[in-house]
Design a protein around this ligand. Structure first.
Ligand SMILES: Cc1ncc(COP(=O)(O)O)c(C=O)c1O
Length: 383
């Protein structure tokens, strides 16, 4: 059976060049970057080169980039690494964050930090008036994601950072769904901290980075040998860092070409949805990550649609990958926050295109999607 992978917001297949770099570096740059002998120093140089490359791609200084195990760890460093410095002070985040931020924020709440959750409009954009009001409470931190993992809405991070800084708060952005997909420039955004994860931009899993603006103080959340300038102890994953830097370089180079393709395919998919009828596209119509589509179909169940598509060889998801094994409702907290009609919300799937997709796969998906939605509606109506 044909297999069409359209779940790139969950994870991406590494670029062939990345796999090659990973294999080669595991074989030849196996030293411990903290060892003082030549083998160790070779690994150190490779690690620092990867750090420099990553820094350049996001307009940071190399010493502002810390290698971590991925998005979840970077998000945890941002919240738990700062909270102890501001005991009892509130923090602000949004209702539609990834669990890595949401659950961390809830944990901070239990440690005595009041947490304010920003609502979003029907397009999933955070409410800046609510932000202004909550900023009056003198929070120590504002953490708002750069792009949402379920609906693709890109947040006005630059504006958020400006408002937060005027009130003396630190600013963190979970940019896991933005880095490698849209241009990200930390200086322009004006954030103090940023999280990224390599497996979302065709790099390996289990590696990511944390940007920390020079001069901003963050405490380590794990204790150990003081690697990564004391912020992130643990023997450095040098091959992973090399592969991540390469993946980011390639993704950045491919922006224009992939965006053009994704736009064309998005129009094709939406036109097919129009043919099917009774659907809505969630998220902001323009301010969105290219290629990530959250589609809600009236009168069907999103999970049933996802399963039927899977049986037909097409991989999509209902919510974020992390939620699919713990979904408590028929739909996610993100979809719920948009305030859309339940008869649509229940029938939501996320389709996320990737660089390896080809026209025939999109054609195939469109046909199968129509067949599956109509089949589910037919069953429902007892036809
Ligand atoms: C917005 C967002 N933040 C954080 C994460 C977690 O990243 P990782 O899988 O690298 O831990 C994800 C992954 O789905 C994500 O989409």
């Amino acid at each position: 059976m044909r297999e069409v992978y359209l779940d790139h917001a969950a994870t991406t297949p590494p670029y062939p060049e990345v796999l090659k770099a990973l294999q080669e570096s595991y074989a030849t740059i196996y030293g411990n970057a903290s060892s003082l002998h030549a083998t160790g120093q070779k690994a150190r140089r490779a690690l620092e080169k990867a750090r420099e490359d990553i820094a350049k791609l996001i307009d940071a200084e190399p010493e502002e980039v810390y290698i971590t195990s991925g998005g979840t760890e970077s998000d945890n460093i941002a919240l738990f690494g700062t909270e102890a410095l501001y005991p009892g002070q509130p923090m602000i985040t949004s209702l539609i964050e990834h669990e890595a931020v949401l659950e961390s924020a809830k944990a901070l709440e239990s440690k005595g930090h009041p947490v304010r959750f920003l609502p979003v409009d029907t397009n999933g954009v955070v409410d800046l008036n609510a932000l202004k009001a909550y900023l009056e409470e003198k929070p120590f931190l504002v953490s708002v994601m750069a792009a949402n993992n379920e609906i693709g809405t890109v947040q006005p991070v630059k504006e958020i950072a400006k408002l937060a800084h005027e009130r003396g708060a630190l600013v963190h952005t979970d940019a896991v769904q933005a880095v490698g997909k849209i241009p990200i420039n930390v200086r322009e955004l004006g954030v103090d901290m940023l999280s990224a994860s390599a497996h979302k931009f065709y790099g390996p899993k289990g590696i990511g980075f944390f940007y920390l603006r020079k001069g901003v103080k963050v405490l380590p959340i794990v204790q150990g040998g003081g690697h990564e300038r004391g912020l992130r102890s643990g023997t450095e994953n040098v091959p992973g860092a090399i592969a991540m830097a390469l993946a980011l370089k390639i993704s950045t180079r491919l922006f224009t070409r992939t965006h053009y393709r994704y736009e064309r395919w998005t129009a094709q998919i939406l036109s097919k949805c129009g043919e099917i009828g009774g659907f809505r596209l969630n998220g902001h119509p323009q301010q969105r990550v290219p290629g990530l589509l959250s589609l809600s179909f009236k009168r069907i169940n999103g999970e049933a649609l996802m399963e039927l598509l899977d049986m037909n060889g097409v991989a999509v998801s209902t919510a974020s990958a992390c939620q699919s094994h713990s979904a408590k409702r028929g739909y996610s907290h993100v979809i719920q926050s948009l305030g859309i009609d339940e008869e649509y919300a229940n029938g939501t799937i996320r389709v996320s295109l990737g660089v390896e997709n080809v026209q025939e796969e999109v054609d195939f998906f469109c046909e199968i999607l129509k067949k599956c939605v109509l089949q589910l509606r037919g069953y429902r109506n007892g036809q």
